[in-house]
Design a protein around this ligand. Structure first.
Ligand code: IPE
Ligand code: MG
Length: 222
């Protein structure tokens, strides 16, 4: 979800206004995803690199997240959305982390759409964590090196149990993965759109699904 800052500066507004408008885009996109019967929607809300932003902007983003969780939880819970987190939300402090965990707990039996929110997430950090965990198991004799395969790595990832990532959309014209789901995206369709995230809406999302449906996926076959 990229382009909040540019959206704001085009309007002579502070970056925080762009993030607020971005939160509206989240609401619209989630609604469209539920309507279209999407099984899992993952949002890259805050990367482990985003801490490099100014203290003010980080605190704006945290505030917005808190506001969103408090205000939207009833709605998403009643729509049958199951919330799941990837990354390391503990870094946002006990207040926000506890609220997020409560939201996860409250929606855990929902089975309409799984909304995965990546918070303080970085794909390389996730892979490092997996490597360490497997190495520890091996050191304790619980695992032999030759038992490590793709399935086992999948099961150790934050995304364990989720279906394969089909489509990855990046907004705002940037053409990079920026440390997002690198392992999981091995065979994903990638879609880069010019729309700035705060302008993204249900029709953009439906267009993206239509584009995905036109792609021929071969998974390395021919
Ligand atoms: C993405 O928009 C929002 C988050 C990282 C939360 P940006 O803030 O990166 O917007 P640009 O790239 O400055 O336009
Ligand atoms: Mg950006």
């Amino acid at each position: 979800m990229d382009g909040n800052g540019r959206w704001a500066s085009k309007r002579g507004l502070p970056r925080s206004a762009g993030h607020r408008a971005g939160a509206e885009a989240v609401r619209r996109t989630l609604r469209a995803a539920v309507e279209e019967g999407v099984e899992v929607l993952t949002l890259y809300a805050f990367s482990s690199e985003n801490w490099r932003r100014s203290e003010e902007e980080v605190s704006d983003l945290k505030g917005l997240l808190l506001y969103y969780v408090e205000r939207e939880l009833d709605t998403i819970a009643s729509e049958g959305v199951k919330l799941r987190l990837i990354g390391d939300p503990a870094a946002f402090g006990p207040n926000l982390a506890t609220k997020l965990e409560t939201a996860v707990e409250r929606t855990k039996d929902n089975d309409n759409l799984t909304l995965v929110v990546a918070l303080n997430y970085g794909s390389r950090a996730e892979l490092v964590e997996v490597a360490r965990r497997l190495a520890e198991k091996a050191a304790k004799g619980e695992l032999r090196a030759e038992q490590i395969d793709e399935r086992l790595i999948d099961e150790e990832m934050h995304t364990a149990g989720l279906p394969p990532l089909d489509l990855l959309i990046r907004t705002s014209g940037e053409v990079r993965l920026s440390n997002f789901l690198l392992w999981q995206a091995a065979y994903s369709e990638l879609l880069f759109v010019e729309t700035l995230w705060p302008d993204f809406d249900g029709s953009d999302f439906r267009q993206a699904l239509a584009e995905f449906a036109r792609r021929q996926r071969r998974f390395g076959g021919r």
